[in-house]
Design a protein around this ligand. Structure first.
Ligand code: ATP
Ligand code: MG
Length: 299
């Protein structure tokens, strides 16, 4: 009898963690891993800074975080953290090593799949390489709550692949007209060619929140007129000279200057990311960690 009750308790516990995973507040262990791509049309707008700082904050909030450095030609997440990984994703894509072998650990226990720099550049992953990554990540299901994919800038095949494989797309721009135009071009391509309907916007290098909201308004106005998409405002980050100092020290600003306005802006975004309900609608494209989720739904 006692055994029966304890079994029922186990079941109740499992159901509770499952429903938590479904509303996105706290993915239950072994259930729903959330995958976010951080992307941009124009380069140098702060994607890597965003990924590194948010990852540290999410880890501090108790999340198990994996960063996938998908800038396969010009890696830099390892540099931001002051790491010198021996192997990288190029070794995985060339078939030499598995993901566990190339994975390194950053601050706060964050796990990182580093990209290689320069040497052998996978500018365009082939179908087999994409499937291998999908399978390999899928086998890590349950090990991570949140995966952050740091993509390269632009609209290359790799960029569209990583964005469509993520559950949520976070587009980073600055108030510069060229960055806004390129962010629009990226969303346009992803919506018209790949049926992506929902985007989140982060505006970096701003003077104040009003400037960020102005960028958001401009983008939504044009998007509403010409594209069938919705854009959520995720937050903004001020231009901050301490960001440059932190890069020089190979530490993230949220660790070096946790009380700064910039760190607080990153913290607000990390909280929004956690609190945002998980997007459980299959998007029609092949998605990371999705196979297990679908299998689960059919049981
Ligand atoms: N809010 C900010 N204030 C000041 N400097 C910043 C800010 N955000 C990022 N930077 C700096 O701008 C530079 C570019 O940032 P980062 O490398 O994160 O951009 P990126 O979008 O990842 O670039 P790429 O397209 O080359 O991958 C870095 O030196 C970074 O430290
Ligand atoms: Mg980068």
């Amino acid at each position: 009898m006692a055994e029966h009750t304890s079994h029922q308790n186990d079941q109740a516990q499992t159901l509770r963690s499952m429903s938590k995973g479904q509303n996105g507040n706290s993915p239950g262990k072994g259930f729903a891993t959330r995958v976010f791509s951080i992307t941009s049309g124009k380069g140098g707008v702060g994607k890597t800074a965003m990924v590194a700082n948010t990852a540290v904050l999410l880890a501090k909030m108790g999340k198990r975080v994996l960063i996938l450095d998908a800038d396969l030609g010009l890696a830099n997440i390892d540099v931001v953290f002051g790491l010198a990984p021996k192997y990288n994703l190029n070794h995985f894509f060339s078939g030499d090593f598995d993901l566990e072998t190339i994975m390194v650990e950053g601050p706060q226990g964050i796990k990182i799949l580093p990209a290689g720099s320069g040497v052998q550049r996978f500018t365009r992953l082939d179908t087999e390489q994409k499937m291998r990554l999908l399978e390999a990540l899928d086998s890590m299901h349950g090990e991570f709550d949140i995966v952050l994919i740091d993509t390269e800038a632009g609209i290359s095949e790799n960029v569209t692949y990583f964005n469509t494989a993520a559950q949520d797309i976070l587009v980073v721009t600055t108030p510069e007209p060229t960055a806004i135009t390129d962010a629009y071009a990226l969303m346009k391509l992803l919506s018209t060619q790949y049926h992506e309907k929902h985007f989140n916007l982060i505006v970096n290098f701003v003077k104040n929140e009003d400037e960020a909201l102005d960028v958001y308004k401009k983008l939504t106005m044009v998007a509403n007129r010409y594209l069938d998409i919705s854009i959520d405002f995720l937050g903004s980050v001020p231009t901050d000279k301490q960001m440059i100092d932190s890069i020089r020290q190979q530490k993230v600003i949220v660790e070096l200057f946790p009380q700064s306005k910039t760190s607080q802006a990153f913290e607000a975004m990390a909280r929004t990311i956690i609190e945002e309900p998980q997007n459980l609608e299959p998007k029609g494209s092949v998605q990371f960690f999705w196979k297990r989720l679908l299998d689960f739904g059919h049981k």
